[in-house]
Design a binder for this molecule. Structure first.
Ligand SMILES: [Zn+2]
Length: 171
């Protein structure tokens, strides 16, 4: 594994948790969304910030001894899968999938990559079975806040391919 700069943007699929239109990195535990646990470990009082709207996001490492992100032997950087899973898991009401364009230094893995720079370019229009209150409303709010399209699966994959190198191998 190495960290190499790429010439043209890669595109990849990832999930976020969305709150009030903001997209947050994080994990899903027992049906709940936990924003940025790495930040919470490093700085318990720090407030997680949503991915910026209308600008690029630059990766940071929250490990004790910092380094430029992404680092080959860490898990920092913006991670995404090369392929959109056949059934993207929606593990909390806030869960949402989408596409990022990513560039700068890239660490490649078997099923995806971690990147230095990223921008969210579109979101997946999918029914979230856990979102009983207002299914679809959260995704719509995020798409509006980021001024990006909310697309169904096939459209999302095609849209991704127009914005960068799509390395997804057909399942
Ligand atoms: Zn790191």
């Amino acid at each position: 594994m190495s960290a190499e700069p790429v010439a043209q943007p890669l595109v990849g699929f990832r999930r976020w948790g969305t709150r009030r239109g903001g997209l947050y990195s994080g994990i899903f535990v027992a049906g709940r969304f936990v924003p940025n646990p790495a930040l919470a470990m490093a700085a318990p009082r720090a407030k997680p910030t949503p991915w910026p709207t209308g600008e690029d996001r630059v990766a940071k490492c929250f490990a004790l001894r910092g380094h430029d992100a992404p680092h080959p032997s860490c898990n920092c950087g913006f991670s995404a899968y090369y392929a959109l899973p056949a059934e993207p898991d929606l593990l909390a009401p806030e869960a949402i999938w989408g596409v990022i364009a990513a560039w700068g230094t890239i660490v490649e893995h078997e099923r995806g990559f971690r990147a230095q720079f990223a921008r969210t370019i579109a979101l997946l229009d999918a029914d979230n079975p856990l979102d009983h209150m207002k299914p679809g409303a959260r995704a719509k709010a995020a798409a509006e806040a980021y001024e990006i399209p909310l697309l169904e699966r096939e459209e999302l994959i095609a849209y991704a391919g127009w914005h960068g190198e799509l390395r997804a191998t057909p399942a």
